[in-house]
Design a protein around this ligand. Sequence first.
Ligand code: FAD
Length: 301
Amino acid sequence: MARVLAFTMEPGLLGELAAHAKRLGDAVALVPEGARVPAGVFARAYSTGAREPGAFAEALERLYTEHQPRLVVTVASKNNTTAAAILAAKHRLVMLTEALSPEIEGDTLRAKRRVLGGRAEASYTAPLPAVLSLARGSAEPLPLEPGQEPEPLEAPEPRVTLLESKEKVRESVNLETAEIVVGVGRGFRSKEDLRLAEELAQLLGGVVGASRPIVADYGWLSEDRWIGISGKKIKPKLYIAIGISGAPQHMAAAMDSKIIVAVNKDKNAPIFQYADYGVVADLYEFLPVLIKKLKERLGKG
Ligand code: FAD
């Protein structure tokens, strides 16, 4: 029996994983084939040639059954968290994602998580055994030299085939450093209508950002424009939020804006609680007037 089973599919996260495992003590490791494991941390280290989370989770499953650890830990990445979730689901174990500062106390796990877009920390307890996907950057990585040679495990057959991968086309907008941001939300009825916000942003020398639905559900704008806890955090001098309700997941990433102006046709919209200036109006009536007035003032009319 080992106390901890530590794993990563990403070799780049091994130093960080080793730092967590060293602190938790008595750990065995599973790493990808060819990865270098730091010496003196793991009681045993294994490697697998499995390249996708489903197949990797099968190799993990073998080690879980053999070593019966109290805790399975990884460092958060898409693949690592997916493999961890497969194992947790199979054994009906509690799983905590983006976890911080894990401690094993008897039969109990204690851990923390950042909440409210990083503005607060919540503490949790859960029964062991449990699975943890630890927040990235929450431990100083250990050096990988000198290395320990992992014992190879036979790689399970992959069930998912990668057909193609294409580099993402990135836009050159940087919301995080912008001084003026015009935010668009579901109050806009179509992608074409966003030109109103673009025109306003252009006149003010700002950039257009968006709430999650505009990017993730409708695909009207690219991910670079996404404001919120799952997107970009902004801190402009002026944030004009148009047709955005003001959900906590959006506002947590916009609250450092110096001045917030909200345009919403619902006078009870939560965004007005955060706004320095509120305009209760239909954006389709208000924006054309605002744009016209700005043009006149800037001599661009
Ligand atoms: P809605 O909530 O639908 O609001 C639209 C607003 O437009 C309404 O207030 C309405 O009164 C107003 N409106 C409608 N028509 C007009 C008009 N003609 N003129 C003026 N106003 C009008 N959201 C994010 O933005 N970023 C995140 O990172 C994010 N992360 C999330 C993470 C999790 C785990 C979860 C559960 C949710 C997350 N969300 C995030 C979603 C969030 O909870 C809200 O659902 C989302 O922000 C709502 O987007 P919205 O304000 O554009 O739309």
